[in-house]
Design a protein around this ligand. Sequence first.
Ligand code: PLP
Length: 587
Amino acid sequence: MNVEEFRKYGKEVIDYICQYGTNIEERDVAPTLDPGYLKKLLPADAPQSPESFKDVLEDFEQKIMPGVVHWNHPKFFAYFPSGNSFPSVLGDMLSSAIGSIGFSWASCPAAAELETIVMNWYAKALGLPKAFVSDAPGSTGGGALQGSASECVLVSLITARARAISELKGQTSVHDSVFLPSLIAYASREAHSSVEKATKMALVKLRIIDADEHGRMRVDLLRQAIQNDVNAGLTPFFVVATVGTTGGCAFDDITEIGKVCRQVSSIWLHVDGAYAGNSFILPEMRVFSAGLEYADSFNTNPNKLLLTNFDASALWVRDVMNLKSALNVNPLYLRHEHLSGVDYRHYGIPLSRRFRALKLWFVFRTYGIRGLQEYIRNHMALAKKFEMLVRKDERFEVRNDVHLGLVCFRMRTGDEPNHMLLAQINHSGKMHMTPAKFNGRYVIRFCVTYEHATERDILDAWSQIKCFAEEILRDHQLESSSVPTTPEGSERTSSEPMAPVAGKPPIKKKLTRTKSLRFSFTRSISREQYQSQSEHLMDGCTPILVVDPKTLQENFQKAADDNEKNNSNGNTKLKDISDVDTDEASN
Ligand code: PLP
């Protein structure tokens, strides 16, 4: 493609994007296709000869778009938002066009320096402790942009592992791997599955701590579990607290967790704020960031709630030397003479790095902190509106504390009608939602995601949800038995439309279990885990207990014996934490 063609098609693509955004509501929010749909439409081999760009664009619309889930559709209420905005897209276009690979200061000084500046802007906008801000007086901390929150968790865990092993090993020349069996990490039952994945990759144990009825990690159980593990000769080295859990957007009490972590020098406290961490841009949400001064690292995804398109995940650490020593390799071909320039290759897994800071810089500058605050406050107000509508209807209940954009609701029936409801919602193509298990109950997650979401979007969605629910309840003959009914229309207000359900004809019962699963379940865990684990893995939004109790018991016995020997050699135990049964403590 020559420059003139690029100019022509570039403009066409921008026009296409504008049309797409303007008319997005004409499209179904998500397709109901079967896997393999695209294989039938595209040739098995790449073309030998060049094809015209016009044909490629046409195929894009005809063949690719029908398989797209529209995450920026006003009726997309699934997962968490996929941050997106025009300034961010334009910033990303420039990053692609420049194509610099900014692994070191020398490889692209602007990328390195803008990343430092933007990470400091971002940290200050969220009101993070000064320790995370690299240009704050006396700070040893700083941040870097990673590809995903999962990477942030993994990088933090690997860094914590290196620090703990270095402490254990002291001056000895024992190989690091010898210490792996003694390392143990902790996360709440409600923590994201990326924590489990990180521990799997790092070959360390993970203990799952139970959550309270609000979905917050039980700090008393964490304390007990750590004590018992220390008594058993294990080395607690990593605790993950979550601000804004995936299942119910619960906020762990970082202060209380931090105090427990402080008692054990080997523990690294990581706080995962992938979605809700961004809400700390609002002073009124900072009640949930209290305690971050205890954290060794913190991550948040501007690509979820800060209008920045994927990929952009921010990770801050209290001491960048920890990162650098855990991840540093330094071959001659990457060295340069500008020693005071930041080399971000030491801050994460890949060598090559996109110029990600550009899109975030565009977003901060074009919205301003105030614009970003308004956007998040709008999501909060709309979620509250939806919560209020659900609570007003006795047939439904809200299961989570609604602090941000997520409402977890269900009909006051067994799980099956709720599976059916979600299946109907998603099959309609007019709305998209996901399931979760929150506080032991199956819930439907309704998350406000669209940048320009309005009350009308919420009212329309609620109206359609009620239509589906009525049909399901009628079919299950539940209205007249245990479930109180709401007289048709009695709670309707003039601003609350009762439009007929649009879209595909409702799927007629009885959906087979398999079919209903296809529409209603989004699993983030592997099939083998799904099949082999206990019932709390139903939806994949809830993380997994990976420590097998029998093996654990055997290990405990062995570790306790070793510990006994160590103690008689004069080694100390953790003090002031009561001795209770660890299995009970950790669910
Ligand atoms: N942490 C939390 C709390 C999340 O909600 C998610 C995803 O939704 C993740 C981590 C993983 O995010 P990513 O897809 O960026 O790895």
